[in-house]
Ligand binder design. Structure first.
Ligand code: PRP
Ligand code: MN
Ligand code: MG
Length: 185
C-alpha cells in the first residue's frame, strides 16, 4: 500500500464487482435506448471508463468540468462551469457520472443546469456516497457504495491533485492533510 495511506477502504476487486452490477442495472433500465454518458472531470474519469465498458447498450460520451467557489475548507455552493458539453442534449437520455456525492452542491447544480436544456431524461450515477456531509438533497439514481466520513482517495479521487491513479479506494493518513486544506477531494 502507498505510504501516505492509512488503510484500504474498498479494494480494486470490490470496485470491479460493483461496477459490473451497476453496468448491468443501467443496461437493463435503458434497453432499446441510446445513452449519453456525461463524466464530470476529473474525478469521474476512472469510474466512467470502467462503467461504460460494462454497458451493452449504445452509448456516447461527453464531459463537463466544474469548480465550486468558496474557501479551501468550505464550499460556498456557487458552481462555475470550466468546460461545457460539446453537444446539445435536448431530447437525449442523459446519465451524469460522478465519483462521489459529498455536500451534494456539485450534483445539485449540474442537475438543475442540465434540466434547463430539455433532455428526454436525466439520471445520476455516483460511485461513492458520503451522506454525513450532505448540505443539499440530491436524488442519486445509481450508487456504488455508501462510505463513512473519511478522507478517501484513489480510483479517480484526489487530494491536491494526487493519488487519482491508485487502483483501490484508500483512506488518506491524517498527517498528510492535517493543517492544510480540509475540504474533501
Ligand atoms: C469533487 C468530486 C465531486 C465533488 C463532490 O470534485 O469529484 O465532483 O467534489 O463534492 P460536493 O458533493 O461537495 O460538491 P472536485 O471539485 O474536487 O474536482 P475534481 O473532480 O477535479 O477532483
Ligand atoms: Mn469532481
Ligand atoms: Mg478533487
Amino acid at each position: 500500500m502507498h505510504e501516505d495511506m492509512e488503510k484500504v477502504l474498498i479494494t480494486e476487486e470490490e470496485i470491479a464487482r460493483r461496477v459490473r452490477e451497476l453496468g448491468a442495472e443501467i443496461s437493463r433500465d435503458y434497453a432499446g435506448k441510446e445513452l449519453l454518458v456525461v463524466g464530470i472531470l476529473k474525478g469521474a474519469v476512472i469510474f466512467m471508463a470502467d462503467l461504460v465498458r460494462c454497458l451493452n447498450i449504445p452509448v456516447r460520451l461527453d464531459f463537463m468540468a466544474v469548480s465550486s467557489y468558496g474557501t479551501s475548507s468550505e464550499s460556498s455552493g456557487v458552481v462555475r462551469i470550466l468546460k461545457d458539453l460539446e453537444q446539445n442534449i435536448e431530447g437525449l437520455d442523459v446519465l451524469i457520472v460522478e465519483d462521489i456525492v459529498d455536500t451534494g452542491l456539485t450534483l445539485n447544480y449540474l442537475r438543475e443546469n442540465l434540466l434547463t436544456r430539455g433532455p428526454a431524461s436525466l439520471k445520476i450515477c455516483t460511485l461513492l456516497d458520503k451522506p454525513s456531509r450532505r448540505k443539499v438533497n440530491v436524488q442519486v439514481d445509481y450508487n456504488g457504495f455508501v462510505i463513512p466520513d473519511e478522507f478517501v482517495v484513489g480510483y479517480g479521487l484526489d487530494y491536491d491533485g494526487r493519488y487519482r491513479h491508485l487502483r483501490d479506494i484508500l483512506i488518506l493518513k491524517r498527517e498528510v492533510y492535517s493543517g492544510k486544506e480540509q475540504r474533501e477531494n
